[in-house]
Design a protein around this ligand. Structure first.
Ligand code: OAD
Length: 258
């Protein structure tokens, strides 16, 4: 990892782009890895807007453990390492496809969630808003199961189902976050691509913006990605990446980290 570390040290603008792989180290499954969520039959329907509109119970069953049990998870080594880079003044921001809010939990302050998050939900019928806490309370209270998945679906007073502000297949990306992600990718002289298969567009196109402007892209991912042939360095192990960053950028003496 020495080449990656030296590139970060020498860069003026470093940006990280993260995917589900950084959270497998916290116990949250990814989508397309060997134990990924999408290995289950029909799992791609979970985050699909057409399926949600037909039967929202598919989402609430499939996402229950990933989205609504998130309070049980704590940041892992990559989240901590990226916070350390921010503290060292070596990271302009984190573009994340993850909906688990673990970068924010680790203390990172410039996080751009290009696939949204579940922090707010909106009614599909009237647009009424509900917070994550309100939805969790409704789910805990439960009630009569509905739909083919046979689970409780939180509903608004008007009767419409609540949908998280997570970007589902078939929906546009959150405009502001994606615009900022594009700006960061264009201005980066080093981009760190961490734990993503780079298969879901338009987010998967962001490292190409860095490459097109002459920046260096480093990939750390167990499986191959479509940009491996074009990157400045390619590594497989995210724990090794975190260890290398934490060793190269030690915490200031006396500082306590979560
Ligand atoms: P994927 O599951 O497609 O890719 C995660 C990658 O991380 C895989 O290639 C794994 O091999 C790798 N990986 C997992 N653990 C690792 C480890 N400890 N060390 C190194 N590599 C590891 O997840 P994403 O690319 O994030 O969309 O998926 C993109 C989008 O597809 C997600 O945001 C999600 C999904 O549909 C929405 O939810 C809207």
């Amino acid at each position: 990892m020495q080449k990656l570390i030296e590139a970060v040290r020498g860069a003026r603008h470093v940006v990280a782009m993260t995917g589900a792989g950084v959270s497998t180290l916290c116990g949250i499954p990814d989508f397309r890895g060997p134990q990924g969520l999408y290995k289950q039959p029909d799992a791609e329907r979970i985050f699909d807007i057409d399926w949600f509109d037909r039967d929202p119970s598919i989402y609430y069953r499939g996402a229950f453990d990933i989205v609504y049990a998130l309070a049980d998870y704590t940041p892992g080594p990559v989240h901590v390492a990226l916070k350390r880079l921010e503290d060292a003044g070596k990271l302009d921001g984190i573009i994340t496809q993850n909906i688990d809010m673990l970068h924010q939990k680790a203390g990172s302050s410039h996080v751009y969630e290009v696939h949204g998050s579940g922090i707010l939900h909106h009614c599909r019928r009237c647009g009424a808003e509900a917070t994550f806490g309100e939805i969790v309370a409704m789910l805990k209270k439960g009630g009569r199961p509905e739909g083919s998945a046979g689970v409780f679906v939180p509903r608004c007073k008007c009767g419409g189902p609540y949908k998280p502000d997570i970007t589902f297949f078939g929906e546009a990306l959150p405009e502001e976050a994606f615009l900022k992600a594009q700006e960061l990718s264009i201005s980066a002289d080093v981009m760190l691509v961490l734990g993503t298969s780079l298969t879901v567009f338009p987010a998967a196109g962001l490292p190409r913006l860095t490459l097109q402007r002459g920046g260096n892209v480093f990939v750390v991912n167990a499986q191959p990605t479509p940009i491996d042939d074009f990157c400045a360095g390619r590594y497989e192990d995210l724990s090794e990446f975190a260890d290398a960053v934490l060793a190269a950028f030690p915490a200031p003496a006396g500082e306590k980290e979560s």
